[in-house]
Write a protein that binds this ligand. Structure first.
Ligand code: NAD
Length: 433
């Protein structure tokens, strides 16, 4: 909704984001509003921070292997550059929308602030099902999308990273395209690069590993032993498969995992190496012989102590929150839980480690990659993992303290900390001009 502030002077004030449908950006703003109320945030800061600073939509052609030309839509959104350059992944998925990208960009701002990184939030996405494309077509699409968003990104401006269906190879193509266009190599334009191009040890495991560090802290403070806690993981991709493997290394029986085609359940625990082999061979975890097939809805309600949603947003809602049996939900995915579900889970005593904290391991090690590049001094994987553990532990303690101080659940507590930090940047920097 656009509210005309002072028509005589020709100023127009955006009072609220224009999408008031129940889309993902609305969810992000609802969460923001709850935390802003707790903080008593000044009205002008509410209006600034509930909008995205810059939004770019591009439509671009890609030549396919059969010689035909297809036109794709892509976005890159920067929510806030108050703390420094912006940072956030690029997603390839058929359901990408501008609203989704805006929500993910806003969450990136809060995520970086929760763990104390010197970045604002951004996100990108292309509306495409990459499973229907060849490697060559994905490369063409990546290079053209990069050229389209090139004026928007840069090592001191906005630094992309991997997200759903993008990986170190895609980052290498982005880095190469950007570098060819400016005429010299710019490794700092993306993180999550392959090691040989200046990637960081431990980056590809960082999101799952950070999530498990968060679970360790939560289990400790709740007196739970991981070895007697069963784990279920929705989404057996980068974040989910690593989290599952690390939980199994803690002797937690991983009783269920799933991917976009469905899930599998074995109450005695799955052999994850064999599941990974089965997935490589068939393209999915479902149909694994040593388990029973279940749906992606059923996995959320399975008997377990720890649930890790690691797929897409909007999975836990007020429709299924009352049937969830887990005691801890660790959000490796972004936005898996709706605000309505948050209230139900809180009332039921289920402890939610919110996305902006629980999956911050990825952007934290991206930050380490950036720092190592600036120093031209690579760290060992042990150093990376120890520094990540330290940041996750300290952030957990501060979010938990905020939650106790205000009597709010962990999501609102994490948001309160993040918003307070970003608001301080704005108060101190002032309003330009
Ligand atoms: P990925 O593409 O590696 O894996 C996604 C997995 O989810 C795949 O196994 C896919 O089959 C599955 N999936 C897709 N739709 C599903 C559905 N409807 N139900 C169940 N499973 C489904 O992606 P990723 O990088 O692991 O990202 C997963 C989540 O983690 C996303 O929400 C992403 O934003 C978040 N995340 C990722 C990173 C990172 O560093 N990769 C960092 C922070 C947050």
């Amino acid at each position: 909704m656009v509210v005309i502030g002072d028509a005589h002077r020709g100023t127009a004030v955006l009072d609220r984001p224009d999408e008031l449908d129940d889309d993902l950006f609305t969810v992000a703003v609802q969460q923001f509003d709850i935390a802003a109320d707790v903080l008593g945030l000044e009205d002008y800061l509410r209006r600034i921070l509930s909008h995205c600073q810059r939004e770019l939509t591009v439509h671009f052609p890609v030549e396919m292997d059969d010689g035909s030309v297809q036109v794709f839509a892509g976005h890159r959104v920067r929510h806030s550059s108050l703390p420094g350059p912006t940072k956030g992944g690029i997603r390839y998925h058929q359901s990408v929308t501008i609203s989704e990208v805006k929500a993910l960009a806003m969450w990136m701002t809060w995520k970086c602030a929760v763990v104390g990184l010197p970045y604002g939030g951004a996100k990108g996405g292309v509306q495409v099902n990459p499973k229907l494309l060849s490697q060559n077509e994905i490369q063409n699409l990546t290079r053209r999308y990069t050229a389209e968003i090139q004026p928007f990104i840069g090592p001191n401006i906005d630094i992309p990273a991997p997200d759903v269906n993008t990986n170190p190879q895609v980052m290498a193509w982005i880095m190469d395209t950007y570098s060819m266009n400016v005429g010299y190599s710019v490794p700092g334009v993306v993180t999550g690069k392959p090691l040989e191009l200046g990637g960081s040890a431990g980056r590809s495991e960082a999101t799952g590993r950070g999530c498990v560090f968060a679970i360790e802290e939560a289990a400790k403070s709740r007196g739970m032993s991981l070895s007697s806690s069963r784990t279920a993981v929705q989404g057996f991709g980068n974040a989910g498969s690593v989290a599952a493997k690390l939980m199994a290394e803690h002797d937690s029986p991983v009783v269920a995992v799933s991917d976009s085609r469905g899930g599998i359940h074995n109450p005695n625990g799955l052999d994850l190496d064999r599941v990974a082999i089965h997935k490589r061979r068939t393209g999915s975890v479902s149909g694994f012989r040593e388990a029973e097939d279940i749906t992606n809805e059923e996995i959320l309600e399975i008997d377990c102590e720890i649930l890790i949603p690691a797929a897409l947003e909007g999975q836990i809602t007020s429709r299924n929150a009352s049937r969830i049996k887990a005691q801890i939900i660790a959000e490796a995915a972004n936005g898996p839980t709706s605000p309505g579900a948050d209230t139900i889970l809180f009332d039921r005593g289920i402890f939610v480690l919110p996305d902006i904290f629980a999956n911050a391991g990825g952007v934290t090690v991206s930050y380490f990659e950036w720092v190592q590049a600036l120093q031209a001094f690579p760290w060992s994987e042990e150093q990376v993992n120890e520094r990540l553990r330290d940041i996750m532990q300290r952030s957990y303690v501060s979010v938990l303290e905020t939650s106790r101080k205000y009597g709010v659940h962990m999501r609102t507590a994490a948001l309160v900390r993040a918003i307070d930090r970003i608001a301080d940047f704005s108060r101190t920097r002032g309003i330009y001009p």
